[in-house]
Design a protein around this ligand. Structure first.
Ligand SMILES: [Zn+2]
Ligand SMILES: [Zn+2]
Length: 205
């Protein structure tokens, strides 16, 4: 009976570690941002924006500036979507010297090349490592407003993780923020605003 009781505690402790709550945790480690910049493309939902800024500055323990809204550059538009790679180059050219990353956010559909797909729609794209990432809510828009907001925030935190040099989660932990969403909202929904021990360790070096 005593053994069962101790085992239960152990299982509960492991479960807690594998199922972090959904509030933004803070990263720890030698690598960190000090200041990031958000760039709005055209009209963007101010509630989504302010939530993302609040959670990104909490998670990365940094400050942030929001630049005034900017038109999407025409050269980035190719057929049906805006090329995320072109937007990253555009944003880098606007990067203030004080910022370590510029986060572009848009309602428009964005894409990148993936394997044989030349125009693969994505939630976001970020240099790894680097100083720019871009996030679109276009493909996150199903479900309730709160679900959309949570997905959007997770993608912002994920792309900033790439900017910091984090690759996709090599532990394949479905709760880890750096898990590869593979283009599905359901995968993003399983992620937490949390880095698994493997990804956290990468920030310590
Ligand atoms: Zn991970
Ligand atoms: Zn990614």
């Amino acid at each position: 009976m005593r053994f069962v009781y101790l085992s239960s505690i152990l299982i509960l402790a492991i479960a807690c570690k594998q199922q972090p709550d959904n509030h933004a945790n803070k990263i720890t480690g030698a690598k960190k941002f000090h200041h990031i910049t958000f760039l709005l493309y055209e009209n963007f939902d101010t509630s989504l924006l302010s939530s993302a800024v609040a959670e990104a500055t909490t998670f990365y323990n940094c400050t942030a500036t929001v630049l005034s809204s900017q038109d999407l550059p025409a050269f980035a538009y190719q057929g049906y979507r805006y090329k995320a790679d072109s937007l990253l180059k555009f944003q880098t050219s606007l990067l203030p010297t004080s910022a370590e990353s510029v986060v572009g956010i848009t309602n428009k559909d964005i894409s990148t090349s993936q394997g044989e797909h030349k125009d693969w729609g994505v939630f976001g794209l970020g240099y790894c490592p680097g100083k720019a990432c871009v996030i679109s809510v276009f493909r996150l828009k199903s479900g309730t407003y709160d679900q959309i907001k949570e997905r959007f925030i997770k993608v912002v935190l994920h792309e900033l993780g790439h900017n910091m040099g984090l690759p996709h989660c090599n532990a394949n932990n479905e709760h880890c923020l750096m898990n590869d969403a593979k283009g599905t909202g359901a995968t993003v929904d399983k992620e937490k605003k949390w880095l698994c021990p493997n990804c956290q360790q990468l920030l310590s070096n």
